[in-house]
Ligand binder design. Structure first.
Ligand code: IPM
Ligand code: MG
Length: 346
C-alpha cells in the first residue's frame, strides 16, 4: 500500500535540504520497492508569509492524515518580531500530533571525530539516545508575563511521565539495556514524581539497568564521560538543554537526525539543527541530518530497516571519502553530497 508523507520544507536552508532528502528517499525507495507519495505543505516563516500563521489549518489537516511527516527547518530573523513566531508553529504541531516522545540519537562518525571539541579517547565509544518528553512540562504549562513579575508552570501527570519512561525502557531493550533517568528531585516536585515512577517502571524491565542522575551532574557527565550513557530519558526542558549539549560531542549539528512519536498517529522526523538563514539559497547547506532523518523515518514509521541502513551506510561512506560540505571542513556543495550518497546506496 502506498504510504503518504507530508513534507514541510520550512525556512532558510529548509527547502534545499528537503530536496536532498526527497531525492535520496526516491533513490532508496526504488531499490527496496517502497511505494509512497509526498505532499508539500507550508510551515514556519514560509507559512507566516503566505497566510499569517506558522501552522495553517491545511498543513495541520494534511499532517494528521499522513503516515509520516518530514520537516526540514524553521525560523528566520524576519519573523522574530511577528505576533506568532515560526517556533510557535512547531510547538503547536507537536501538541496537535501528540508527539510526546522525542528521540535524538548521538553517535560519532569516525570520519568526523577530529571535529569534536573533546579528546578522542573520550568520544570514541559515544553511542546514546536521548528520549525527551515533548508535549508536557514547563513548555506547555501556564506562561504569565507581567511588567514586574512572571511565571511558568511546570506540571506533569503520572500518565505523561509513565508513557515516556516506557518508551525509554523499551528502546533500551534493543540497545545496551541501560536507562539513565535525569531529574532534579532534590528540588522539584515534578522530579520527585518522575524519580519514583522511573523506579516503578524499572521493576517491569528487570533486564534493563536504571540509573538516576540529577540534571546538573548529568550535564557534567555528558562532557567528562559521555560513553557511559545508553538511553537517557528526561523531561521536556532538561531534554531540550541536554540534547543541545549532546549535539556538541560529534563536533557538528549537521549530522544529527531526530524522530518524534505519538501513541499511534503519524511520527515527525527532522534534523536537530536550525534553518541557517545566513547560508540559505547558496546550495552549500549540509544535508546529512536530513538524510539520516529520512533513514529514521523508513525504519521507525515504515519498518523498512533495510532502506534505513542503506542510507546510513551510504552517508558513512560519503563522509569516509571526504565528500562533505564546508561546515564539516570539506568543499562539496549540497548537490555533490546528495549525489555521492545516492551513488553509494546499495
Ligand atoms: C528543539 C528546539 C525547540 C524546542 C524550539 C525551536 C521551540 O530548540 O526542537 O529542541 O525548544 O523544543
Ligand atoms: Mg532545542
Amino acid at each position: 500500500m502506498e504510504k503518504h508523507i507530508v513534507s514541510l520544507a520550512g525556512d532558510g536552508i529548509g527547502p534545499e535540504i528537503m530536496a536532498a532528502g526527497l531525492e535520496v528517499l526516491a533513490a532508496a525507495a526504488r531499490k527496496i520497492g517502497f511505494n509512497y507519495e509526498v505532499s508539500e505543505r507550508l510551515f514556519g516563516g514560509a507559512a507566516i508569509a503566505a497566510s499569517g500563521h506558522p501552522l495553517p489549518d491545511s498543513t495541520l489537516t494534511a499532517a494528521k492524515k499522513a503516515d509520516a511527516v518530514l520537516l526540514a527547518a524553521i525560523g528566520s530573523p524576519e519573523y522574530n518580531q511577528v505576533p506568532v513566531r515560526p517556533e510557535q508553529g512547531l510547538l503547536a504541531l507537536r501538541k496537535e500530533l501528540h508527539l510526546f516522545a522525542n528521540i535524538r540519537p548521538v553517535q560519532i562518525f569516525p570520519a568526523l571525530k577530529h571535529l569534536s571539541p573533546l579528546k578522542e579517547q573520550l568520544i570514541r565509544d559515544v553511542d546514546f539516545v536521548i528520549v525527551r518528553e515533548l508535549t508536557g512540562g514547563i513548555y506547555f504549562g501556564e506562561h504569565q508575563l507581567e511588567a514586574d513579575k512572571a511565571h511558568d508552570i511546570n506540571a506533569y501527570s503520572a500518565e505523561e511521565i509513565r508513557r515516556i519512561l516506557y518508551k525509554a525502557f523499551t528502546l533500551a531493550r534493543r540497545r545496551r539495556r541501560k536507562v539513565t533517568s535525569i531529574d532534579k528531585e532534590n528540588v522539584l516536585a515534578t522530579s520527585k514524581l518522575w524519580h519514583r515512577l522511573a523506579d516503578e517502571v524499572a521493576e517491569e524491565f528487570p533486564d534493563v539497568t536504571l540509573e538516576h542522575q540529577l540534571v546538573d551532574s548529568a550535564a557534567m557527565l555528558m562532557i567528562t564521560d559521555p560513553s557511559r550513557f545508553d538511553v537517557i530519558v528526561t523531561e521536556n526542558l532538561f531534554g531540550d538543554i541536554l540534547s543541545d549539549e549532546a549535539s556538541v560531542l560529534p563536533g557538528t549539528l549537521g549530522v544529527m537526525p531526530s524522530a518524534s512519536h505519538s501513541e499511534d498517529g503519524p511520527s515527525l522526523y527532522e534534523p536537530i539543527h536550525g534553518s541557517a538563514p545566513d547560508i540559505a539559497g547558496q546550495g552549500i547547506a549540509n544535508p546529512i541530518s536530513m538524510l539520516l532523518s529520512v533513514a529514521m523515518m523508513l525504519r521507525e514509521s515504515f519498518a523498512e530497516a533495510a532502506g534505513a541502513e542503506m542510507i546510513e551506510r551510504a552517508v558513512s561512506e560519503t563522509l569516509k571519502q571526504g565528500i562533505m560540505t564546508r561546515d564539516l571542513g570539506g568543499s562539496a556543495d549540497t548537490a555533490e553530497v546528495t549525489e555521492a550518497v545516492i551513488s553509494y546506496l546499495d
